[in-house]
Design a protein around this ligand. Structure first.
Ligand SMILES: Nc1ncnc2c1ncn2[C@@H]1O[C@H](COP(=O)(O)OP(=O)(O)OP(=O)(O)O)[C@@H](O)[C@H]1O
Ligand SMILES: [Mg+2]
Length: 362
């Protein structure tokens, strides 16, 4: 069992408080992704788990054991970082065997372990090459193999794919997902790429300025973001947001008029500073059906179209503000007055503090 627990962890660098006070459990055998913008403290958290950074206060526990005083090499963690440093004068075989040699494992056992890991990562034909004779993705797999070879209980990844081209990134992402599923070891994966987070995670932790904004499964974060920050960070393209404090409301405050549209809003929504959000993929141009809300947008003008083949993302300016819509078909460039149909359940409301307010069905 290698559940990782951070209890009341804080970290300062001199006067700068990077992590104010954080509690987090990363379940045994699952992949936890730490996701957030640059500088929010993801690597710092990972480095505290690894023992490369000392918390200013609080506890790091792995499998229940307090690790604060335990040196990095004895924590049972394998590290896979962005700048995978392989030994340039050693072959793939020697690179893979290196941690075992250091641990004075018998040569026959070293050979067996190298053969097995090379098989898993499809490195067998490359065992006698040097790192300079490998592609970026092959090198990254060797680095992963070297981390895996001692069967660590915990894998710590810090943006391991960010140096690679898109195709390789997608392939290795799948490989890591497959490997984690088969090894069932606990993994913590740092990224600022939300697609990577969505495809790899059992649990995503969204961080901002060293604080946790939300913890949940990829789907829970996509469907029920706790606040506007998470709503804007999860999902591509970014969720559309409109301020609704200028809109007319009916007397009891339960319905809101936007153009010709009437939206049912949560009863306790105070419109001052409130925001409406919906995703491009949840709106379509056309008349609303049952369970859908009609939203009329005047003075629309297409600013840009991202053509993806099966659909396109159309960026528009409207009387309400800028927005993006997913449109089917090759040459959809909507303009003028648009009537959008949006699933009532796909509308999100946020209060003046940017916290989500539960919506009611229409
Ligand atoms: N050794 C250090 N001394 C001083 N400040 C540091 C140190 N290491 C990190 N920081 C600061 O701590 C904050 C968090 O850094 P961290 O590397 O954890 O961010 P990150 O979320 O991993 O960002 P990125 O996505 O850019 O890698 C940043 O503001 C950074 O400048
Ligand atoms: Mg980082």
């Amino acid at each position: 069992m290698a559940e990782i627990q951070l209890k009341s962890i804080s970290k300062r660098f001199g006067d700068v408080e990077v992590i104010p006070d954080l509690d987090l459990t990363m379940p045994d055998g699952k992949v936890t992704v730490l996701l957030g913008p640059s500088g929010c403290g993801k690597s710092t958290l990972l480095r505290m788990i690894a023992g490369l950074e000392t918390p200013t206060s609080g506890e790091v526990r792995i499998g229940g054991t307090l690790m604060n005083e335990v040196p990095p090499a004895e924590r049972g963690c394998a590290l896979v970082f962005q700048n995978y440093a392989l030994y340039p004068h050693k072959t793939v075989r020697q690179n893979l065997a290196f941690p075992l040699r250091m641990a004075k494992v018998a040569p026959a056992e070293q050979q067996r372990a190298v053969a097995s890991i090379a098989g898993t990562l499809e490195l067998t034909p490359l065992l006698d090459r040097y790192p300079r004779q490998l592609s970026g993705g092959q090198r990254q797999r060797v680095a992963m193999g070297r981390a895996m070879i001692r069967h660590p209980e915990v894998f710590l990844y810090d943006e391991p794919l960010s140096n690679l081209d898109l195709e390789l990134r997608v392939r290795l992402r799948l490989e890591i997902a497959r490997m984690q599923r088969s090894l069932q070891s606990t993994a913590v994966y740092v990224t600022h790429d939300q697609t990577e987070a969505m495809t790899l995670a059992d649990q995503i932790v969204v961080l901002r300025k060293g604080r946790i904004e939300q913890v949940g499964s990829p789907l829970a974060l996509y469907q029920s973001p706790a606040n506007q920050f998470v709503a804007g960070f999860i999902g591509t393209p970014r969720m559309n947001f409109f301020r609704i404090d200028g809109c007319e409301a009916e007397a009891d405050g339960s319905r809101l008029r936007i153009g010709d549209a009437t939206l049912h809003v949560p009863q306790r929504l105070d419109r001052a500073g409130a925001t409406l959000g919906f995703r491009a993929e949840h709106a379509r141009v056309g008349a609303a059906a049952a369970q859908e809300v009609q939203l009329e947008l005047r003075d629309c003008e297409t600013l840009a179209v991202e053509q993806l083949g099966d659909r396109a993302f159309c960026y528009l300016r409207s009387a309400l503000g800028e927005l993006v819509l997913a449109t089917a078909g090759a040459d959809a460039q909507p303009s003028g007055t648009l009537r959008l149909a949006i699933q009532a359940s796909a509308l999100h409301f946020f209060d003046a503090q940017e916290q989500a307010v539960r919506t009611k069905a229409v």
